[in-house]
Design a protein around this ligand. Structure first.
Ligand code: HEC
Ligand code: HEC
Length: 475
């Protein structure tokens, strides 16, 4: 899309939103927050990131919108303050305009503006290795190449004591990883829509036994401050509560699509408002019949755009009908699920006749409604890209080996059966946050669909692919 047509689309979109003064665009709210900034006693530790208070966020295919309880983004919250020692805050990696994560484009903008000195660029977990040379701008461009190209943070986790496996070999292009600390390059998960979580972090490492998700998030807010922001001592309970209260109030979804228009019109329930009222509890619509209310699994887990089914006659209606067809494919297109660790092995079923909603079963939200990490094969040696380390794990009991770019859940549980398993994330706001999957394997939504098509030999037609993509980018 060229710059001019993009500008016109944005202008048209803003006009379309002109009627929602009560949803974060009102002048009084804007003035209030500006005033507050000026009057604030101490904003010396506020971390400034472009787009941090943007309620409407333009992306390639439309506009995402953040909904908060107050109608604006409270940048006084600790979420925006450097309370560690390296200048970072939560907002360094969780930005409203980037779908509450960070995108390579947003990171490249920050790099160019600051010569690679913005606090997101730190060697503890921003660079390809903690030992990377960062002495010049060009050195920093190399050191932070994973952030700049794919928006990937280096999570360092060692093989846990008593693990059922050992690290037999390491092939790390950056010469750092070892059994004491594997380098795992992962996308920041969005810090929005958290009411729908069933597990916290890609590998569920912040999902703690006997704790509620809210308690997990409080724990996570401290881990993030001590880890990403390198604060030596833990933050207080009150500080944790302040951060959790802020982030759990955030709902983010695509609100307008350049083709299909407002996503909450003519019976459709897209956008953050409808999302914020969507019911959720752990186990809702469980695929294996374990919904605590006893309700059986319904594969028709997505009905957001059902009202647009069969529309025709105008360009707008054609685009809306495509979104509805994509939603129907997501619910109903047959997928022969095979070779998925955590599913086929756990059930003793070599093939499960499923659909996208077999795994993305939480109604209208699309994550998995229980903490059940799965291995789709994204970390297999066959899908390794040269920028990723490759680890060879050996089972201590059987001698069997697995090569992987990220052992996922197994580094938390120590269990062989958990190798390469990751959680299925919430599927809203996708258009704002490419690339996709924990390792950024898919650069675009069409690449996501292509991955599934080849991984499970689904046999999508070109029309089906484009309908499915139209649906995903409307979430
Ligand atoms: C340097 C970048 C960085 C900073 C700073 C950062 N995060 Fe994150 N965040 C990540 C990454 C990367 C992940 C995913 C890591 C994983 O799962 O292994 C993540 C995951 C999360 C999740 C999990 C969401 C889910 O779906 O499970 C939450 C919540 C979160 N961060 C909140 C915070 C908060 C609160 C702060 C500030 C105290 C913070 N983050 C600071 C990079 C960052
Ligand atoms: C066998 C279970 C399973 C099936 C079937 C499945 N998914 Fe997924 N999905 C997952 C898991 C697990 C992840 C996270 C994988 C990772 O990043 O390691 C995921 C991730 C995604 C993501 C990336 C989200 C993000 O934030 O990066 C999208 C988009 C997605 N799935 C769409 C689909 C579509 C469309 C279908 C049907 C064609 C589908 N999924 C079928 C389990 C499944």
């Amino acid at each position: 899309m060229n710059a001019i047509s993009r500008w016109w689309r944005l202008a048209a979109a803003l006009v379309a939103f002109a009627g929602c003064a009560d949803h974060g665009l009102s002048a009084p709210a804007a003035q209030r927050s500006d005033l507050r900034d000026e009057e604030s006693d101490d904003d010396s530790n506020v971390v400034r990131v472009p787009g941090a208070r943007t309620m409407l966020a333009a992306n390639e295919t439309g506009i995402g919108r953040t909904l908060t309880p107050t109608g604006s983004i409270d940048t006084d919250n600790l979420f925006f303050r450097s309370i560690g020692i390296n200048g970072r805050a939560c907002v360094s990696c969780h930005v409203a305009s980037q779908g509450w994560t960070v995108t390579p484009e947003g990171l490249r903008e920050r790099f160019e503006r600051t010569g690679g000195l913005d606090p997101v660029f730190r060697t503890n977990d921003g660079s390809v290795s903690p030992l990377a040379d960062i002495s010049t701008v060009e050195a920093r461009r190399n050191a932070y190449s994973m952030l700049l190209r794919k928006g990937l943070i280096r999570i360092g986790i060692g093989i846990p004591d008593g693990a059922e496996f050992e690290l037999a070999a390491v092939d790390d292009p950056y010469g750092y990883a070892s059994a004491a600390e594997l380098s795992l390059f992962r996308r920041p998960l969005p810090s929005a829509n958290l009411d729908f979580l069933s597990g916290v972090m890609w590998d569920g490492r912040e999902t703690l036994a006997g704790m509620t998700i809210r308690q997990d998030l409080a724990h996570q807010s401290n881990s993030a401050t001590q880890g990403h922001a390198q604060r030596p001592d833990p933050i207080t309970d009150a500080q944790r509560e302040e951060i959790v209260a802020f982030e759990t109030g955030l709902f983010f979804a695509q609100a307008l699509d350049f083709g299909a228009g407002r996503l909450d019109r003519d019976g459709a329930r897209g956008g953050p408002e409808a999302l914020s009222t969507t019911p959720f509890y752990l186990g809702i619509n469980d695929t294996l019949g374990a919904d605590p209310t006893g309700k059986p699994f319904d594969p028709e887990a997505m009905t957001i755009f059902a009202a647009w089914d069969g529309l025709a006659g105008s360009r707008l209606d054609d685009a809306r009908a495509a979104v509805a067809r994509g939603e129907a494919l997501f619910n109903h297109k047959l997928i022969e699920v095979a070779g998925v660790r955590g599913l086929n092995d756990a059930l003793g079923a070599p093939v499960i006749h499923g659909t996208c909603t077999t795994c993305h079963n939480a109604p209208e939200v699309g994550n998995h409604s229980v903490a059940l990490p799965l291995d789709l094969g994204l970390t297999d040696a066959s899908r390794r890209t040269p920028d990723m380390p490759l680890y060879t794990l050996r089972n201590k009991a059987t001698g069997a080996t697995i090569q992987t770019t990220d052992p996922g859940r197994a580094l938390i549980s120590g269990k062989w059966k958990d190798v390469n398993r990751f959680k299925g994330p919430i599927l809203h706001g996708l258009a704002a946050r490419a690339p996709y999957f924990h390792n950024g394997f898919a650069a675009t939504l069409p690449e996501v669909v292509d991955f599934y098509d080849s991984r499970f030999a689904i046999g999508f037609t070109a029309q089906e692919k484009s309908d499915l993509v139209a649906f995903l980018r409307a979430l």
